[in-house]
Design a protein around this ligand. Structure first.
Ligand code: PRP
Ligand code: URA
Length: 210
């Protein structure tokens, strides 16, 4: 089984505390999701391959290191995963972005896929699946099932909050996939929400809470 990487960093913890606070409104929530994701990116991308390149500085020539042209795909799970895209894309602007739309049934907690659009020839790509919330794990497991059906093998999942129940389910279904999370919370409640969590990520991100 791949490891679960949990971030312990004062900047991430600080921003997460504001994100969780019920008084935080949509514009700040949106900014925090992006900022936390970009802070996480530094660690998540540490194994990207670089290659040597000759450049000329204003003073002399030198051999520098640039990212190799390995294909990178970001796959946000709609809606809430969309909030994480720009936090990574600012560092890898050449990454392609696929989309997968999933909604959880409020009664059964089962995910339903309502949309998907992936780049062509994705099988060689390194794919980063994005969703702030790993609750029961049903949504991300189904998203990764979909990727594996397209013969994608290099998959990483990035979330902000994970439940212990969701992590257990995830690791039984996709033990080969590395997970990065900013925190692991206590549990799920009877409605399938992460406790203490942050509430409904999609609604808070897009201002659609009732
Ligand atoms: C939320 C969240 C995840 C999913 C997690 O999305 O963004 O995709 O629930 O729950 P799970 O781990 O139990 O599957 P939701 O279905 O509410 O859709 P939304 O982002 O459009 O609000
Ligand atoms: N989806 C969310 O947005 N929040 C949760 O706590 C669980 C699922």
């Amino acid at each position: 089984m791949k490891k679960i990487f949990i971030f312990h960093h004062p900047l991430i913890d600080h921003k997460l505390s504001i994100l969780r606070d019920k008084r935080t409104k949509t514009p700040q929530f949106q900014m925090l999701v992006k900022e936390i994701t970009s802070l996480m990116t530094y660690e998540i991308m540490k194994d990207l391959v670089t290659e040597q390149t000759k450049i000329e500085t204003p003073v002399s020539t030198m051999t520098a290191h640039r990212l190799s042209k390995c294909p990178i795909v970001l796959l946000p799970i709609l809606r809430a995963g969309l909030g994480m895209v720009d936090g990574i894309r600012m560092f890898v602007p050449f990454a392609k972005v696929g989309h997968i739309g999933m909604i959880r049934d409020e009664e059964t907690l089962q995910p339903r896929t309502y949309y998907h659009k992936l780049p062509d020839d994705i099988s060689d790509a390194q794919v980063f699946v994005l969703d702030p919330m790993l609750a029961t794990g049903g949504s991300v497991v189904a998203a990764i099932d979909h990727l594996k059906a397209q013969n994608v093998s290099q998959i990483t999942f990035i979330c902000l909050l994970a439940s212990p129940e969701g992590l257990t389910y995830f690791s039984t279904q996709h033990p080969d996939v590395q997970i990065y999370t900013a925190a692991i919370d206590e549990k799920l409640n009877a409605q399938g929400y992460i406790v203490p969590g942050l509430g409904d990520a999609g609604d808070r991100l897009f201002g659609t809470e009732s």
